[in-house]
Ligand binder design. Structure first.
Ligand SMILES: [Zn+2]
Length: 392
């Protein structure tokens, strides 16, 4: 069986990152001679990684054949693990879901039971022999050190500090593993699904609060993967002892006022039953005035934290996702008010503040795109092709 050459790998990355290419456009972009282009294209066509998608008529001369990345050449496994639930999915290389299931779990139970549940959940998905899994993508609600995929000092994932997830899951599921912070995956999903590669601050407001930053079209992870931890930014005022205690152990964090758990706590204090973010949204949709009031106030606290981030990085858009984004204008109003009040006009004049374009699967979209790019990096591609029996 043939091994995939470095040149063909480079060509695959080019074709995968665009809608389609012709022999002429490949030659123009790469500077390769015509016979080199042909040889490398033949290699990818033989491996089934690229397909001839048919000729498109030109204004003169013979129509040129077009070549596209074949999204049915393989598949990906996804484990989107949240604080209290996980979604497991088998998707094609463009992110179309082939099968999926959701389970309840508790991230604070620690890595062993949670990763066992991930293995069980993925193994329970129906598989297809014609669509071998290239890789597994895991998103987790904590800071991830890249490229190792190690969890670092997570505020809410009790017992996970230092856990190298690829080292545990890779051998058990026999696929390369990419780990990504959940909000980074959502931020990237917003960029991919809107097709606008710009400057974006994505804020997830669910049980907790987190943010993902896309600057100059690239995801910002920071020196150790902790960039965007908006939820544990300090916004408390007055005597520290009276500021609310956060899940991270500090007082006065954004999350201690505006996270779903904090709003549920305040609802309970006001005599209204609520166990978490889902109950807060349910009370809100039922028109409970106490819930409306608390969510609006949460919006103002979020707005103060977001205003600081807006001043610092000047995004074009602030996008709100997560369970509490279903609160819509109740939440956005306070955010807009405080961002306008606290950030400079130059940073806010054309700033768009809105909810996520795909509230239910924006993280999945982002993770799939990150994984496809990652899998096409040369080292992973050779490994993947060997694994699925395409290359020797
Ligand atoms: Zn905190």
């Amino acid at each position: 069986m043939p091994d995939v050459s470095e040149g063909a790998t480079e060509l695959l990355r080019l074709v995968a990152s665009s809608r389609s290419e012709t022999r002429a456009s490949i030659a123009r972009v790469t500077g390769w001679a015509r016979n080199t282009v042909n040889a490398r294209l033949d290699e990818l066509l033989d491996l089934g990684l690229v397909t001839d998608t048919g000729a498109v008529g030109g204004s003169r001369g013979r129509p040129a054949a077009r070549f596209s990345f074949d999204a049915s050449a393989g598949s990906l496994l996804i484990a989107d693990v949240g604080a209290s639930a996980a979604r497991f999915a088998h998707v094609d290389l463009r992110g179309a879901v082939l099968s999926q299931q959701e389970v309840s779990l508790d991230i604070t139970a620690g890595p062993e039971p949670v990763l066992d549940a991930v293995v069980r959940g993925l193994e329970a998905l129906p598989t297809r022999d014609d669509l071998p899994a290239w890789a597994l993508g895991v998103s987790l609600p904590g800071p991830i050190e890249q490229p190792a995929g190690r969890v670092v000092s997570p505020p809410i994932m009790t017992g996970w500090d230092g856990m190298n997830v690829p080292e545990v899951l890779g051998p058990r599921l026999r696929v390369p593993v990419l780990v990504e912070n959940d909000v980074n995956a959502m931020a990237w999903g917003e960029v991919v699904s809107t097709g606008r590669m710009r400057d974006l601050l994505f804020v997830k407001v669910g049980t907790g609060v987190g943010a993902g930053l896309v600057l100059n079209g690239a995801l910002l992870s920071g020196a150790r993967g902790a960039a965007g931890d908006l939820g544990h930014t300090h916004v408390g005022v007055g005597d520290g002892a009276v500021q609310p205690l956060c899940r991270c152990g500090k007082r006065g964090c954004v999350e201690a006022y505006a996270g779903g758990w904090a709003i549920a706590r305040d609802l309970n204090d006001a005599g209204v039953d609520a166990a978490g973010a889902a109950d807060v949204v349910a009370r809100l949709q039922a028109g409970d005035p106490v819930a409306v009031d608390l969510v609006r106030e949460a919006g103002r606290v979020l707005g103060a934290g977001i205003a600081a981030a807006v001043s610092l990085v000047n995004p074009a858009e602030v996008v709100i996702g997560g369970q509490l984004s279903h609160a819509g204008e109740h939440l956005l109003m306070g955010i807009r008010e405080k961002v306008a009040a606290y950030a400079l006009p130059l940073a806010t004049q054309e700033l768009v503040i809105r909810t996520a374009s795909r509230p239910h699967d924006v993280g999945l979209v982002g993770l799939v795109d990150r994984m496809t790019r990652w899998a096409l990096e040369h080292a992973h591609l050779s490994e993947i092709l060997r694994r699925v029996g395409v290359a020797s």
